[in-house]
Design a protein around this ligand. Sequence first.
Ligand SMILES: [Zn+2]
Length: 298
Amino acid sequence: MDLQIFILIWICVIGLCLGSFYNVVILRSLSGESIVFPSSKCPKCGHKLYFWHNIPILSYLLLRGKCYFCKEQISIQYPIIEFTTMVLFAFAYLKFGLNITALFVIVWLSCLLIMTVTDLKERVADCNLAILMTILGVINCCLYMGWAGIIFSLTGLLSAALIIELIARSGYLITKSRAMGEADTYVAGALGAIFGLKGVLIVLFFSLIASVIFILPSFWYKNYKQGNKLTCISLILFLLALVVYKTVQNYCTIAIVGIVAIILIYSLLKSIKKEENRNYLPYIPALAAGALYGLIIM
Ligand SMILES: [Zn+2]
């Protein structure tokens, strides 16, 4: 067999196994249990799992998505994360080859994946993972640029963290709470350390686009379920107004976009004010998407 394909298969297998481990990390970091002990068990009935219940993806298919003992549904999150980890590992190898940078990329993407899932599920993220990403980012830049890499890395880190922190704190002006979580600042800083100033600006811009594409639909759904009709309707009207503006550009359509935008912002602020803390949008998924885009075009 071709050596490259042989290595790729092995990297995919390692990705699957580590993806399985990340599931444990995510589950136990949210529940506060130790990552090493106890051995894996069904989250529903608590029965200890046999070793063949832990084979990535395959076990899920064999058990048809149900616990072997209590027949409760197993979350689709497990095979999805295993598969995603495998794809990310394969990407790192195919794009960067077999070297230290590929290893760093694997660690960065793994950290981002874990934080993305915990952010989506519970609006929390382990900042230590972002700090690990930052340290490896600085080291990677130094490997390529020597001591100049430190300046390159630190300017990126400080600018990105500052931009996101300013956006987060602007929330105090309106709702008396942060618009984003603290972990977002850590992650943005880490991306700055990895990509440098120019690179991280592209990454942040792409994360903005990603947030509009991926987060707004789920945000809309959440508001729909909570019965925030004004937010739902104004969001749809805003998108329609944008389409109209794209086809016909005159003062009238600009005015329409402006008016709908004001209604949308008003309804968003009202819905944010109503809720307690941790009401902000999960932004780490968007930053992770931005980082992936940055790595692809690197
Ligand atoms: Zn069970």
